[in-house]
Design a binder for this molecule. Structure first.
Ligand SMILES: NC(=O)c1ccc[n+]([C@@H]2O[C@H](COP(=O)([O-])OP(=O)(O)OC[C@H]3O[C@@H](n4cnc5c(N)ncnc54)[C@H](OP(=O)(O)O)[C@@H]3O)[C@@H](O)[C@H]2O)c1
Length: 504
């Protein structure tokens, strides 16, 4: 496989594109076919040997990837081959394949493309955590963002605006500020020219800002702190300027300001479920178009060193992304995301044929009669995970096998109630076949009662009878079915409900 290698610590210009062996997963890792890799501030520091950790030489830089899982280690439970994912690999992402610890890999929904996925975790994960968990930004508050056109800065502008804040963006050029405006900044400050304190006073009518988001450090930090309102929150995010400011503590005391350190990596490690929740919220916000990223440029793997150089020279606005290989998103989406055919849902089998209705009116003659029982269907963890991914509902009771082992009565994860319910429509196709109709849709559920949780590994099946048939004015028919989902070996059903289907 191809990888852009750093063979000795130094500048990004020394990186070399080479053919190397595909890395091998250990029991707790996954192998990912990389489709895109985000370029981040620490990448340059790692190559220069100035970061918190030094990878063994040679290595490929690139800490944040998106792609498709090619294989999984034997202890990996929540991820499977073919899944579209984003991942924090630390380094190794400027390559066609990378191995990543499974706990740093997250599924992405079909609506999110690989290029966006590769720009989500680091920038938006950091800024969302800072503004949501730490600053707890309230609508109507004022947020000052330093380095606002950089990776984390621009994400902070977009997120703070989405949270209802008034956003003041600071950057070093008009071009950068224009992008900040397009992402929602209400006011801009060209901090190389404007007097920061004076402009903040003007903009806030002398009140000061409630929150400072600071990924830059250096000379502007003290002016920003002096421009804060009572009960403000100063978020220390990073020191892109290379200078760690030393500030007088009395300012914080006089203004009742809380100084808050932001270390998203540690948050993700120490509070993984909170982080996962943030991430699924972010992915959802992207998929419904509430958040959009600004990609400065998409670079090919062979030109990835240029991306690092542009970032170092403060040219990059928003995010630089490396696209690995020549691929078409559409084609890959359909290959990677088409769910595997669901087992045991064959429409007609000789042992268990569906009841065939030759016309809609025949349905009425069957009211009160049993339609029969479907085949058993196993509820696997892969199915539960797919449902969590599709609905963005990652509650631990469904997906965290380790926690379930120690916290749940049966020691196993359980399927979401709505997952079991959603299977009703596919079960129905085993029970009923109606000739000469255009469409048969699951329209709604009446009077549902969830009785018994379905543990992973259980087998379930459905029994149904027609309770009521209603003609609709537009030639449609509403079919009411009493359904019960049985769990193999258990007396109590998973749920009973009246399902309404619409037939045209
Ligand atoms: N705490 C955390 O969890 C966390 C997470 C992610 C990132 N970070 C840190 O946050 C900082 C910014 O990261 P980023 O990804 O946003 O980087 P970036 O995309 O390179 O943006 C940094 C911004 O800082 C400004 N800047 C001022 N002086 C600079 C200098 N000497 N060199 C480079 N930029 C300078 C630039 O804006 P102007 O040209 O407009 O001044 C630039 O847009 C880094 O220190 C990074 O390590 C921390």
């Amino acid at each position: 496989m191809k990888a852009l290698l750093c063979e000795s610590f130094g500048s990004s210009e020394q990186l070399l594109l080479k053919d190397i062996d595909t890395p091998v997963v250990n029991d707790n890792q996954v192998l990912i076919a990389v489709k895109a890799c985000g370029v981040n501030f620490p990448d340059n520091l790692i190559i220069e040997g100035k970061y918190q950790f030094k990878p063994e030489l040679p290595f490929a830089p690139g800490g944040e990837v998106s792609g498709i899982i090619l294989s999984v280690g034997k202890n990996v439970k929540k991820l499977s081959e073919g899944m579209r994912v984003l991942a924090l690999c630390g380094w190794g992402g400027f390559a066609e394949k990378v191995v990543v610890d499974a706990n740093r890999v997250f599924p992405i929904p079909a609506q999110m493309d690989f290029l966006h996925a590769a720009g989500t975790l680091y920038n938006y994960g950091t800024s969302y955590y800072a503004l949501k968990q730490k600053a707890a930004v309230q609508p109507g508050e004022t947020v000052l963002v330093l380095g606002a056109a950089g990776g984390v800065g621009l994400a902070a502008v977009e997120l703070a605006k989405m949270m209802g804040a008034t956003v003041i963006a600071c950057a070093s050029s008009e071009e950068k500020l224009a992008i900040c405006k397009s992402k929602g900044a209400d006011h801009t400050i060209l901090y190389d020219q404007d007097d920061l304190k004076k402009r903040i006073k003007e903009i806030t009518n002398n009140k000061g800002v409630d929150i400072v988001y600071d990924p830059v450090g250096g000379t502007f930090a003290e002016s920003a702190l002096r421009s804060m309102a009572w009960n403000g929150r100063y978020l220390i995010v990073g020191f892109a300027s290379g200078v760690i400011p030393e500030l007088p503590f009395n300012l914080a005391l006089l203004k009742g300001v809380s100084i808050m350190g932001i270390f998203w990596g540690s948050f993700a490690e120490k509070e993984p479920m909170e982080n996962l929740k943030n991430l699924s919220e972010l992915v959802h916000l992207f998929s419904i178009g509430k958040l959009t990223q600004h990609h400065y440029k998409i670079y090919a793997l062979e030109n990835a060193a240029d991306a690092l150089k542009d970032l170092k020279q403060r040219k990059v606005i928003g995010k630089a992304i490396i696209k690995i290989g020549d691929w078409e998103e559409k084609m890959m989406e359909s290959i990677a995301h088409d769910p595997a055919p669901i087992a045991n849902t064959t429409l007609k089998t000789e042992e268990n044929p569906p009841v065939i209705f030759k016309s809609k009116t025949e349905l009425k003659h069957h009211i009160g009669k049993n339609l029969g029982t479907t085949q058993w269907l196993e509820i696997t963890q892969a199915r539960i995970n797919e449902f969590a991914e599709a609905t963005m509902d990652f509650q631990w009771v469904h997906i965290d096998a380790d926690k379930a082992a120690s916290h749940l009565p049966g020691g196993k994860t359980i399927a979401h109630g709505y997952l079991t319910m959603s299977l009703a429509s596919q079960f129905l196709y085993q029970l009923i076949s109606i000739e000469k109709i255009n469409s048969f849709v699951n329209y709604g559920i009446n009077k549902a009662r969830f009785i018994n949780p379905v543990q992973v590994g259980s087998e379930i099946r459905m029994q149904a009878s027609i309770s009521h048939v209603e003609e609709m004015p537009n030639n449609g028919t509403k079919l009411f079915l009493n359904c019960s989902i049985e769990i193999k070996g258990q007396e109590k059903p998973a749920y009973v409900a009246e399902i309404i289907s619409l037939i045209f």
